[in-house]
Ligand binder design. Structure first.
Ligand code: S3P
Length: 190
């Protein structure tokens, strides 16, 4: 896969963003609401939204579960790193990382070292995330074994936290509330 990213046209800007901020990256475990919140936030900012998993699926012509089954997780992680490196070259972009992206050191370094890039951790306790994924019937290879998924969640928590300039609690909040909360934390001017 070549990783070049073609971005769509951003919507009309509705909110003033501090000039030092050019990219917002949403991270968190599966079920955190990264894509839904990201889409809403991008619309509010008049920025482009990119879902990294959907981008990889589009480029490879295969679903993420197919890539896992046919080529293994390690191959998926390489595609993910390439897509991330490319996405970080674009401005006025909100993007949703796959939940496992922060496990890869290269990805953490890319996120930490790219200027004007804010990483936001969308947090909820594991049982809440697991239930959300089940309710939405999300097909996630790394969620098929609930005990292994819980262990992954625990292992990733410190990575999500270390990487993020902002942590937003999503338990009990609708995505629109989370976006509002984010806007307040970032001091975005309507
Ligand atoms: C994964 C999360 C998924 C996707 C893949 C692996 C993980 O993304 O990248 O199935 O290991 O947590 P979402 O977090 O968007 O569901």
């Amino acid at each position: 896969m070549t990783a070049a990213i073609t971005l769509g046209t951003p919507t009309q800007a509705a909110t003033t963003v501090p000039p030092h901020l050019r990219r917002i990256v949403l991270t968190g475990f599966m079920g955190a609401g990264k894509s839904t919140v990201g889409r809403l936030l991008a619309a509010q900012l008049g920025w482009t939204f990119l879902d990294l998993d959907a981008h990889i699926e589009q480029r490879t012509g295969r679903s993420v579960p197919e890539i896992f089954a046919e080529d293994g997780e390690a191959r998926f992680r390489r595609l993910e790193s390439a897509a991330l490196a490319n996405a970080l070259q674009h401005d006025r972009l909100v993007f949703a990382l796959g939940g496992g992206a922060p496990e890869t050191l290269t990805n953490r370094l890319l996120l930490e070292q790219t200027p004007a890039t804010l990483t936001v951790f969308l947090h909820a306790p594991f049982p809440v995330l697991f239930d959300r994924c089940m309710l939405q019937s999300l097909d996630r290879p790394n969620l098929r074994d609930a005990a292994a998924a819980a262990a992954r969640f625990e292992a990733r928590l410190p990575l999500y936290r270390r990487l993020s300039g902002l942590v937003v609690e999503t338990e009990g909040h609708a995505p629109a509330d989370t976006v509002r909360c984010l806007g307040e934390a970032l001091n975005l001017k309507p």
